[in-house]
Design a protein around this ligand. Structure first.
Ligand code: HEM
Ligand SMILES: *[C@@H]1O[C@H](CO)[C@@H](O)[C@H](O)[C@H]1NC(C)=O
Ligand SMILES: *[C@@H]1O[C@H](CO)[C@@H](O)[C@H](O)[C@H]1NC(C)=O
Ligand SMILES: *[C@H]1O[C@H](CO)[C@@H](O)[C@H](O)[C@H]1NC(C)=O
Length: 508
């Protein structure tokens, strides 16, 4: 007892000294921050009303709780209304986080102020996605990013317009799996298998055909583990070193082995090509998949695997979720289905082409409306790498420029922007494709981001989605919802519906 008390007393001065130094340091940093803010001509802006302003533990706790309870989207809404602003900041484990649902800030981060922001510090710098993808197009900045972007761009520019022929066989298989007797089917897992099949076909030149052979779904299950791990790792940010996850590493390893099989085959075919043997698919058609397009420019196997994963990772849980959400909404709006079916029947049996699909306005409105209400990617997140300002969010009216310091992490929230009644009107929460007849939202609607880092797959995604919806409604005249649950987002890397998409179909 005497021992501990004396220890306590002898420890006290050191504790007090540490505290004083620490408080002094915090004051100094605050002072510097304020000085820079004024220098940049910026106004103060709101702080999230948390009681722990040092580590933000109450905020962290609330966020983790919301994710666990599948209330992350509601949490986003609540935090914005709690701070009473469209732009605010919070302390998250010692990092200053800026949250914005203003389109002007989204635009600045993505375009004009782009060089003040980076993704590497949040995706690679802290080890969040190493040992997974290394530095490819979605995880690098500067010259490395530009080189990777140049490497992958030509494929996507072409694929958006030209893959319908190959897409059709996957959609045929999907249509086969939809019951014709009206029995209930959950479309979400079916779309996931469909997407795994199309994306392995387009990216690696060979489909895993999981629609016919569900046991081939394992990369999909490993990817779920990888993505779920990733989300946690991204959230943990600077505390990542505390987190060890052998399961996650094992899933990463299996995915690597999976990719290496394709890579080795591509290298082998490149060798054969030198000897005059053209690389073809089983059908006899010349190879033109993503891997094949980039393999000849990337002779290093590790680098090639990195470039592949950096494209494969952001593709995960995207197109499939977009399609599932679209059908979820369609099933609940029979009048929209009937109107769309009229357009589809009007198109008739003509060969379905990219231009043909683009000519059906109502189909495009529906897909935009689905992107708007259920954005597959919730936010654009960037680390600030150079002191700068953002155009709006400060001052008494929340419209003055705000200061963004090096090290701050900016979150531009798409979900709230897409449902902002100030822009979309009082029916912002309602699925109403007709609104696209008038509205021209520019930066208020950015499902794929914008500027130089816009999703390179955006044309391909919308083509695949319109094609598939077209084919489904060509074959079925009505879609009925078969569960009463509301859309409940569960978070992996993006949100997907916890209850899936249970429907029944009426054949045409
Ligand atoms: C519904 C489908 C999809 C949506 C909504 C979507 C959305 C996005 C968004 C918002 C970004 C970030 C843009 C930014 O940081 O400003 C992005 C980046 C990216 N997406 Fe997609 N995406 C989808 C599907 C895909 C698919 C299928 C692929 C690949 C096959 C893909 C590949 C990429 C890549 C490689 C990047 C990184 C680009 C860069 O940093 O330069 N995406 N996507
Ligand atoms: C950036 O702003 C911080 C204040 O947050 C300041 O301490 C630092 O000196 C500034 N850096 C530059 C290069 O001006
Ligand atoms: C759908 O949204 C995109 C932006 O992603 C826009 O360019 C396009 O005009 C919209 N389509 C229609 C038919 O309004
Ligand atoms: C990726 O993993 C997700 C689960 O998060 C799964 O739904 C999807 O099929 C996978 N897709 C690809 C192309 O790997």
């Amino acid at each position: 007892m005497i021992f501990t008390t004396s220890l306590l007393f002898s420890g006290l001065p050191i504790f007090a000294l540490t505290l004083i130094v620490w408080i002094g340091h915090a004051c100094f940093k605050y002072h510097q921050y304020e000085r820079m803010r004024v220098q940049f001509g910026c106004s103060p802006f709101k702080h999230y009303p948390s009681w722990d302003r040092i580590l933000g533990l109450d905020y962290v706790y609330d966020m983790v709780k919301a994710i666990k309870e599948n209330r992350f989207l509601e949490f986003q809404k609540e935090t914005y209304s709690a701070s009473g602003a469209k732009v605010w900041r919070a302390n998250f484990l010692g990092n200053r986080m800026i949250y914005s649902s203003e389109s002007e800030n989204m635009k600045a981060v993505s375009t004009s102020h782009g060089d003040c922001f980076a993704v590497e510090p949040i995706r690679v710098g802290n080890g969040a996605i190493t040992p997974f993808p290394g530095r490819g197009v979605s995880s690098s900045d500067g010259a490395k990013w530009q080189a990777s972007r140049d490497l992958v761009k030509p494929y996507f520019d072409r694929a958006g317009y030209s893959n319908l022929q190959r897409l059709s066989q996957h959609v045929d298989r999907l249509l086969d799996k939809i019951p014709k007797d009206g029995s209930v089917i959950d479309m979400q897992p079916l779309f996931q298998r469909w997407f795994l099949d199309t994306s392995t076909d387009f990216l690696f030149g060979e489909t895993v055909n999981s629609l016919d052979k569900p046991e081939n779904q394992w990369p999909f299950r490993d990817m779920i583990a990888v993505m779920a791990g990733l989300r946690l790792r991204l959230q943990l940010s600077s505390f990542l070193f505390l987190h060890r996850d052998p399961e996650w590493l094992a899933a990463c390893k299996r995915i690597h082995v999976f990719l290496d099989t394709y890579i080795e085959k591509a290298y082998k075919q490149l060798e054969d090509e030198k000897n005059g043997m053209q690389a073809t698919y089983a059908s006899g058609e010349a190879r033109n998949d993503f891997l094949w397009t980039i393999a000849r420019q990337v002779p290093d196997k590790l680098e090639l695997r990195t470039q592949l994963t950096a494209v494969w990772i952001p593709s995960n849980e995207t197109t499939s979720i977009l399609m599932s959400n679209t059908l979820f909404a369609l099933a609940r709006h029979p009048e929209v289905v009937q109107k769309l079916r009229k357009e589809i029947l009007k198109y008739g049996d003509k060969l379905l082409t990219f231009e043909g699909l683009r000519s059906i306005d109502y189909l495009r409105w529906i897909i935009n409306e689905s992107h708007r209400l259920y954005p597959v990617s919730l936010q654009t997140v960037r680390a600030c790498v150079k002191n700068t300002s953002l155009p709006t969010g400060g001052g008494t009216h929340g419209k003055a420029p705000i200061f963004c310091a090096k090290g701050d992490i900016v979150h531009c929230n798409r979900y709230l922007m897409h449902r902002d009644p100030d822009f979309w009107g009082s029916d912002a929460e309602i699925f109403r494709p007709e609104r696209w007849a008038e509205v021209r939202p520019l930066w208020n609607f950015v499902p794929f981001g914008g500027g130089p880092r816009i999703c390179p797959a955006h044309v391909m995604v919308d083509t695949e989605c319109s094609y598939t919806i077209f084919r489904i409604l060509q074959n079925f005249k009505a879609i009925e919802p078969r569960d009463d649950e509301p859309y409940t987002a569960v978070m992996r890397v993006g949100p997907s519906n916890k209850n899936g998409c249970k429907l029944s179909f009426v054949p045409a």
